[in-house]
Design a protein around this ligand. Structure first.
Ligand SMILES: [Zn+2]
Length: 254
């Protein structure tokens, strides 16, 4: 038997309010021992803290997601710094850049992103990054902070960009997207990146694997990501579980 870590799971979202304990129970029975919850908005930080206080194997991150850049205000950065003075966390984030058409203004996103990277670096914490069609700008931003560590969650950049991120001290995290056979570039990257730089995540309730397409994702389904990666790399599930779990423990200090 193996143990896994869901390195990115929005367990605080309302969709889990009715059955969160059952979801956690199913995760544990599936071998998912630890769960890392990224923070997306100041309103979520309190609920995340409450969940983590009740379970020492669920871990908090606090940050401001680029999707909601229009809802964040400049005071949230100060609020975040103050929050960190009194609340434990394993990382800063989820922060980052999303350059799809329907997303908030890029300059606004960039301001919140660079402020949060600065906070992470100053506090000696890793950073959890969301990067969609923005991997090049993310690389530039983190390269300005030598020694900063972190992860790029639900990775969607190229193989070459992943190698540059790894060189900068970052882990590359894969989720349900790798189970879709049409994700050829992504699957090729996942099959040949060094295993000591890879993390597994569900991004639940979003991004379900092919077996759960159209359904609410949950951390127990991390096993599907593990099995898929095992197939793509032609390596045993136990070896992938052991290394990715060790990677997550190292990054988050678990
Ligand atoms: Zn997320």
């Amino acid at each position: 038997m193996y143990t896994l870590i869901d390195s990115h799971c929005h367990l605080d979202f309302d969709t889990f309010n009715r059955d969160r304990d059952a979801v956690i129970g199913r995760a544990r029975r599936a071998g998912v021992e630890h769960i890392v919850i990224p923070g997306v908005h100041r309103k979520n930080w309190g609920p995340i803290r409450d969940i983590c206080e009740h379970d020492v194997r669920i871990h908090a991150c606090y940050g401001l997601h680029p999707y909601m850049a229009d809802e964040h205000d400049q005071n949230d950065i100060i609020h975040l710094e103050n929050w960190l003075d009194t609340n434990e966390c394993v990382a800063i984030g989820e922060c980052g850049l999303d350059y799809r058409k329907n997303q908030p203004d890029r300059q606004v996103q960039q301001q919140f992103f660079s402020a949060q990277i600065g906070i992470a670096h100053a506090h000696g914490k890793p950073v959890v990054i969301h990067a969609v069609r923005a991997t090049e700008d993310v690389i530039k931003a983190v390269a300005n902070h030598p020694g900063l560590q972190g992860m790029v969650h639900s990775y969607s950049g190229s193989y070459e960009q992943a190698l540059r991120l790894i060189d900068l001290g970052f882990y590359i995290s894969f989720g349900g997207a790798i189970t879709y056979t049409n994700a050829k570039k992504l699957r090729a990257a996942a099959s040949k990146l060094p295993l000591d730089a890879i993390l597994l995540e569900t991004d639940a309730p979003d991004q379900p694997d092919t077996d759960h397409h159209g359904q609410r994702n949950e951390p127990a389904y991390l096993v599907k990501v593990l099995e898929c990666l095992s197939g793509l790399r032609n390596e045993p599930v136990e070896a992938i579980a052991a290394q990715t779990t060790a990677n997550a423990k190292a990054l988050f200090g678990l």
